[in-house]
Ligand binder design. Structure first.
Ligand code: IVH
Length: 670
């Protein structure tokens, strides 16, 4: 395709994709299948890759991320981002409304809205095109998080209708509960620490450097205010309706997310409705906001130093219920950390039934002076795992037993230890305590570590119980016929598992290092160490001074790394992993790019410019993942000569995009 034809096709595709995106994400309906949509998007991505000079920075292909923001630029707000004055009682709302009536006389209409519990954002548009998205910051200046905000599907990159040439729209970016729970479920599966609540996670996600991860997280946004000179609207309610016409996702009166009311009775109806209905919402709110509708009246009322006089937030009380403490049990993590858990008589709280609450550590139990059968108060307060916030000691029986933190491990009976300066107790029996052993293996196979397809934590438990796997190196000695003998193991699942294990041998050194689960060596530190030492061989004998010379490695990490490699068993395991062919050195191409981040790719057939192994290395070095068999999760099939027809047919049936060697080379700019 020549440049002219490509340009035309690109703008055609952009228009079509934007329209379908809007229908799907904002209007919740669609005119084409997911498959057809993906075809359009893939065509656009390929055309843009082949003609980089034609790629538009507001192309819908940006929705999948790819841009990395090294440092978020500070930007001064054109209109300061103020906060709302808060009230916690209906009396305060009544007083506020009376004050307004006194100060401006005449009829006042109010807009009632939800107070979304997320992160405020200001998005500037120029001539109908997304220009920049800035966080609230200190209210005067915030950070430019445009690359990340562009991945949020409900935020239009190009507007439609009669929009003003220049304006800023403000709203709240939030984590829909379903996306938040799905993220945490995946993290649990991968043995990663869970995120505490949707709001903080939304805020953290918005500040990630890699927009591809942001794109996958499923953030959403509601808009609640338009700022600009000479806006053609008279009031707030009308503005919100206008914003809808331009393509924004705005709260809808039909859902009762927004209401135009005439008086205090209307305000109270809105508050009372949402005080109970909020538990059924698919996102979190922490109150409602009431605003004077008319822009002229808003101007007359003006601002205090911090907030507008024409708006007020009514915050809901944090819901608190009581229940009975039935027992305290203790969980052992992969590092041996002991977490006490309160088991409660089931009680309804915030739309779910609560049976357990975290007690964090021994100090927390002490502070609450917990006794068995105590009546305890529980709050959710934004946290997903409920908290015990107090005890109703008046109900305590004289003979009630005080909760004593355990002295021995509940799993292996070893005497627990508490290290200086740490709140947590630990079971020091690292090599003999079953949940620590299986926890370490589960960490090893998890997505961010060796990412072994076809093997999960449950199978690890099963393999451990059967005596087939006692440490991470044993995984590579597994024999199909032994595994087949276990319960619920079919030929196909065993084959997938063995393929997944074999494919993990291509995982780069830095992730192998992270997978070992050395204390304090998380993903980032593992990357820095890998870059610093270049090989496992070198790391195993590195001196303390050599270690602390590495970026991000301090005393604590250096000691931990040395302790790990002083242990004979650990060294033996690492030697066995080396012998099995895992990557134990950095490869220069490792940092080639991340165009393929998150993509599952099958390579099949014979190639002319590269060997199959070379292609696989290119994939891994650009953040992609090699998989051996085609499934509906496969993103691309790179098809060489002499590829089996069955594979090709399967890829076609599943709608997997098929690339020739040439197309792959063009796409990657090799
Ligand atoms: S209006 C001048 N409307 O609450 C203030 N804010 O404390 C304009 N928020 O930073 C804000 N939902 O992050 C407004 N429907 C809503 C809101 C809302 C949530 C947040 C926003 C703001 C904070 C104010």
């Amino acid at each position: 395709m020549d440049a002219k034809a490509a340009k035309e096709r690109i703008s055609e595709l952009i228009e079509q994709i934007n329209r379908h995106n809007h229908l799907y994400y904002v209007e919740s309906r669609s005119e084409i299948s997911d498959f057809d949509f993906d075809q359009l998007l893939n065509e656009l991505i390929q055309l843009e890759a082949a003609h980089p000079e034609l790629a538009d920075e507001n192309s819908p292909s940006k929705r999948v991320g790819g841009d990395i923001t090294k440092k978020f630029e500070t930007v001064k707000h054109q209109y300061p981002m103020l906060s709302l004055s808060n009230s916690y009682s209906k009396e305060e709302i009544i007083e506020w409304e009376q004050r307004l009536k006194k100060s401006i006389g005449g009829k006042i209409q109010y807009v009632c809205e939800l107070k979304y519990d997320g992160v405020a954002i200001g998005i500037q548009y120029e001539n109908g095109v997304f220009k920049r998205a800035v966080t609230r910051g200190d209210g005067t200046q915030g950070e430019d998080v445009s690359n990340n905000v562009k991945t949020i599907r409900t935020i239009p990159l190009m507007l439609q209708g009669d929009y003003p040439p220049q304006f800023e729209i403000r709203g709240e970016i939030f984590f829909p509960l379903s996306a938040f729970h799905a993220l945490n479920a995946q993290r649990e599966k991968d043995g990663e620490p869970l995120f505490a609540n949707p709001r903080n996670t939304a805020s953290g996600t918005l500040k990630l450097q890699d927009s591809t991860i942001v794109a996958q997280r499923g953030l959403d946004c509601f808009l609640y205010g338009i700022y600009g000179d000479d806006l053609p609207m008279d009031g707030h309610f009308q503005s919100v309706q206008k914003a809808k016409e331009w393509g924004f996702k705005v709260p809808m009166p039909a859902h009762r997310y927004i209401a135009l009311v005439e008086d205090i009775a209307g305000i109270m109806d809105f508050i009372n409705y949402w005080d109970t209905a909020r538990n059924q919402l698919p996102f979190e709110i922490d109150g409602v906001v009431i605003k004077v509708n008319d822009y002229g009246q808003q101007q007359d009322l003006g601002f205090t130093a911090k907030s507008p006089r024409w708006a007020i937030a009514y915050k809901f009380q944090t819901e608190r219920v009581s229940s009975k403490l039935e027992s305290v049990t203790y969980q052992v993590g992969r590092t041996g950390a002991i977490t006490p858990v309160a088991n409660l008589t089931p009680v309804a709280l915030g739309g779910t039934t609560v049976k357990r609450a975290s007690l964090h550590n021994a100090d927390q139990i002490e502070k609450l002076d917990l006794h068995l059968e105590d009546v305890v108060y529980i709050e959710k307060g934004g946290e997903i795992i409920p908290k015990i916030v107090g005890v109703a000691t008046e109900f305590r029986q004289n003979e009630a037993l005080r909760i004593q933190f355990i002295a021995n491990c509940p799993e292996c009976n070893t005497l627990l230890k508490r290290y200086e300066g740490e709140a947590q107790h630990y079971c020091p029996n690292e090599k003999g305590c079953p949940p620590q052993i299986t926890g370490k293996i589960s960490h090893f196979i998890s997505r961010k570590a060796m990412d072994i397809d076809g093997l999960g934590s449950e199978t690890i438990e099963q393999l451990f119980k059967a005596g087939l796997v006692k440490n991470v190196a044993d995984i590579y000695d597994l024999k199909g016929e032994e595994v087949l003998k276990l319960d619920r193991m079919g030929e196909k699942s065993v084959e997938n598992m063995l393929n997944g294990i074999a494919a993990s041998k291509a995982v780069p050194f830095e992730r192998v290092l992270f997978a070992l689960g050395i204390r304090y060596v998380g993903e980032t530190v593992a990357r820095k160490i890998a870059q610093g030492v270049k090989s496992m061989q070198y790391l195993m004998t590195a001196s303390y001074d050599e270690l602390i010379a590495i970026d991000e490695v301090g005393e604590k990490i250096a000691i931990s790394v040395q302790a790990f490699f002083t242990d004979q068993d650990n060294c033996e395991i690492v030697q066995r992993l080396m012998a099995h062919g895992l990557q134990m050195e950095t490869i220069e191409e490792e940092k080639a790019g991340d165009q393929l981040l998150g993509k599952s790719i099958v390579v099949s057939g014979v190639f002319s410019s590269f060997s199959r192994d070379e292609l696989k290395k290119i994939i891994v070095s650009h953040g992609g993942k090699n998989v051996s068999s085609i499934s509906n999760k496969t993103d691309f099939l790179i098809a060489g000569d002499k590829m089996g027809p069955a594979k090709l047919e399967k890829a076609n049936n599943l709608g997997v995009q098929i690339l020739s060697e040439e197309e792959f080379i063009t796409m990657m700019g090799l």
